[in-house]
Design a binder for this molecule. Structure first.
Ligand SMILES: NC(=O)c1ccc[n+]([C@@H]2O[C@H](COP(=O)([O-])OP(=O)(O)OC[C@H]3O[C@@H](n4cnc5c(N)ncnc54)[C@H](O)[C@@H]3O)[C@@H](O)[C@H]2O)c1
Length: 339
């Protein structure tokens, strides 16, 4: 295969970003774009004049494609991705890979049986700032990890077929799984449907990682400020990833607190805190567009027959966590165990 022939399904808000990247990648050939919306198709046709545009994505099956990218609303992912796999196409599906564990398992099994690449668009796993953050954790520079905290807040955009957790938290869950290099043992979630009945627009997820390391995720469509932040608090240092910063995305704070109890005369006395505040380090990051890295990785995995970093299995893992969190969100259960 000299170049990988790619079709895009879904040219709404996110599809054009994927399209631009596949158009620019030398080892990929952008062949076709499908969207149900005529206005979106018109825009695609005027921008990519050599490319076939189609209303019905199934027209793409006659074009000799190698791969497709599914950037349609989440409720359609399983049906479209399954259809594409059944037509022997490698598939990159946007996050969340599906809206149920069963559907995600179905896609993973089908891709495995056919020897096809199935990848999910967990874009942050291709973000060099996140890689730097992981290096800080893995090298032990932060010390023992006490807790992780992620916030992804803004005003809108309200989705019709999912709540804020399924819309925004896949990113944070995938980042935290990647940073910790392991799965959580339990999950719980709280939140509220403020604007539309039954659709949670603010949610707090709590995941407990092995070794009693908690991770908290706050997601909201109902916040006045746009926040994209991950804080990792360790026994030696603390790290903050702020994606709203154009350049200084990571700051390492040489700050920590040591606590001790004063057991004067054998009885429990005052506890003592010792606060340490040192320098703030801003690591330099060789940044390139994460989405470009993701798209290139998809092509490379197809050509080299290798497993993607954000494989279908990883997409399934994130959906499994979301499904348990959803159950907790709706039923008020705390700390549901993950099998
Ligand atoms: N990785 C990221 O950072 C990121 C960012 C934004 C959105 N997303 C994901 O991208 C996906 C799309 O989100 P969006 O915000 O672009 O949604 P959108 O509603 O703006 O666009 C979806 C498009 O899909 C089209 N569509 C729907 N059903 C179709 C079908 N059967 N065949 C062809 N076209 C169809 C719609 O007409 C629409 O133009 C979602 O899964 C979302 O979670 C990912």
């Amino acid at each position: 295969m000299s170049t990988v022939r790619v079709g895009i399904i879904g040219y709404g808000y996110w599809g054009p970003n994927l399209t631009r990247n596949f158009y620019e990648i030398p080892s990929a050939e952008l062949v076709a774009i499908a969207d149900l919306n005529d206005g979106r198709l018109k825009q695609a046709a005027s921008k990519y004049t050599q490319v076939v545009v189609a209303h019905n994505y199934q027209e793409l099956f006659d074009l000799g494609l190698d791969a497709v990218v599914v950037a349609t609303p989440p409720a359609t992912h399983h049906r479209i991705a399954k259809d594409c796999l059944e037509h022997n196409l490698h598939v990159l599906v946007e996050k969340p890979i599906t809206l149920s564990t069963r559907d995600a398992e179905d896609l993973v099994e089908l891709a495995d049986a056919k020897g096809l690449t199935l990848m999910v668009g967990h874009t942050f796993e291709y973000n060099s700032a996140i890689h730097v953050l992981k290096d800080y954790i893995d090298s032990g520079e932060l010390g023992e990890i006490y807790y992780l905290d992620a916030a992804r807040l803004n005003l809108g955009l309200f989705q019709r077929d999912s709540n804020v957790m399924w819309d925004l938290a896949p990113h944070d869950i995938s980042i935290l799984l990647y940073l910790m290099g392991k799965k959580p043992v339990s999950v719980s979630a709280h939140g509220a449907p403020c604007v539309f009945e039954g659709i949670h627009d603010v949610a707090y997820i709590n995941m407990m990682f092995p070794g009693n390391v908690p991770a908290y995720i706050h997601v909201s469509w109902l916040d006045p400020c746009k926040v994209r932040r991950i804080t990792i608090v360790g026994s030696k240092k603390m790290a903050v990833f702020n994606d709203m910063e154009p350049e200084q995305k990571i700051k390492i704070y040489d700050k920590n607190v040591t606590g001790s109890h004063d057991y004067t005369n054998g009885s429990f006395g005052e506890f003592q805190c010792s606060y340490h505040t040192g320098d703030i380090t801003i690591p330099s990051i060789r940044f390139s567009e994460p989405l470009r890295q993701e798209c290139q990785h998809f092509i490379d995995c197809i050509v080299n027959h290798t497993q993607p970093r954000s494989s279908g299995r990883e997409g399934l893992e994130v959906v499994r966590i979301l499904e348990v969190a959803q159950h907790s969100l709706v039923n008020g259960q705390t700390h549901e165990a993950l099998i």
